[in-house]
Design a protein around this ligand. Sequence first.
Ligand code: FES
Length: 526
Amino acid sequence: MRSNFVAASDDEAEHGGWDEAKKRRPTDAELQEMCRLIHEAMDAGACGWSAQVLGMNSIQRDYDGTPMITDMLSEHEILTFAKVLADRDEGFIELAYQQTGEEGRPLAPEARQFFEKVAAVAKRPVLYQAVTPNSVHPEQHRERIRWLESCAERGLRVYGQGATRRGGFEMTFEDWNLFDDTEAWREVTLGTKDQRKAKMQDPEMRRHLKEEWDAGIRPTQVAQGSVGSLVVQTKNVKIDIGAESTFPTLPAPVEIGSASYFLIKTRDGYRLLSRVCPHQGGTVQDRATRFVCPNHGYQYDKDGGKCLNAEGLRMKSYVVNVKEGRLIALVPDEKAGNASRFGQTVQQIADAEGKHVVDALLDMVIEDDLATEFFAPTQGREAAQFTTEVLDSNLVVAGVSDGGAHVKFLTAGIYPTDLLIWLVRDEKTLSLEDAHYKLSYLPAHLGGFKDRGALREHAPADIVVYDLEKLEILPSEVAEDLPGGEWRRIQKSRGYNWILVNGEVTFEDGQPTGALPGKFLRNGRG
Ligand code: FES
């Protein structure tokens, strides 16, 4: 299934130029021209339009710290764009609209009423961003679900995008840009690496950050435990381990500093597997068809290091990329200044060192040239009960992939596999049928994809065949495959046997077959 949204920012920038679009609101004539562009895009196949409208206090801003173009959309402009869909009687809208409120951030009545207005004008589905399960303030998501239900009772087609994925962000302060919800943190996380470092060392900026912190003003929108809950992770470095031709037989032992690895080649490419046994730290040996730890006899497969004796154990795996015939591994830096802090939260480090949490964090990242990796857990999403409550509503789709955004911090595209593993297989709080409804049929229905999203005789369908018991999400890794030598984080999965598109197998056991039978869907029409 392929389709397109019209991104409202493209539309505005197209009409007046990027900077101009941020400085003033469009004239009536310009607004009409933007509506014409939405029509043109939808004629060409777009299935609606989407926008983030978070106002001047947007918590995820443009590259220069100013709000995004769409953050500044007025209600009149949004309703004018909504009318385009009513005139066509097709398409749908996806909207993130500013929320305000007291503790637990309840959906403010004004925002709620505005969503209803948009749905009434568009007469088409509106996807509300987002229904986030909240284990600290569960009344928050319950209230939103009740509101969606009341919309449905009144004939308003407002649906919720559920934030149903477990996990969090992996980040360094060299790239991190999602602390835009406080003025001081926004400033510190803007600019080049050197500029950021200079700001982090500036006593005046430190004072500002600490004042904000002590006044309870903290970046919590995407990292709900804020700075103190960041967990220090391993810092990785690139090591050239030799020419590909020097490893004719695999697995091959590889030594880097004091660490020992096995070089293996899997269907996903080369990997280094740490020989430190994940059970209790023994040294894993290479034995015929298996890796074996002599300490307690645990065995690991040679295609990725999965433990064959104990559920959930896996040899630590590191990416190895091939560059001009050389094997370049990305492995933990033994010389990292922060190695002794791995696994601790910033708050724990601050307590141990008797420092303000802001100083503890910034001293640490500066010492490590901003390369320290952190994990920012997403609070409240680990509890199956609350995510199930969200998915129990027939008005909520599973999500959020975030469209693949934030590539250096997030691998949110794992949400379908995570949902099947977590709630269907392991917790058994969601039926397989309900999961497929939320992952496939409901989103297809909202998107206007007619006759798609469910398996029915004579209906077109792309089919995914998987073994629920064997589904597995692999650890996140860095892929250097973006244009301009840029990198992103990715997470692969296992357990998907076949993917069929238009009757042809396009992936078999995770490997592409080379078949490209997909067709572009235009407004749900093939
Ligand atoms: S330490 Fe390796 S099996 Fe126990």
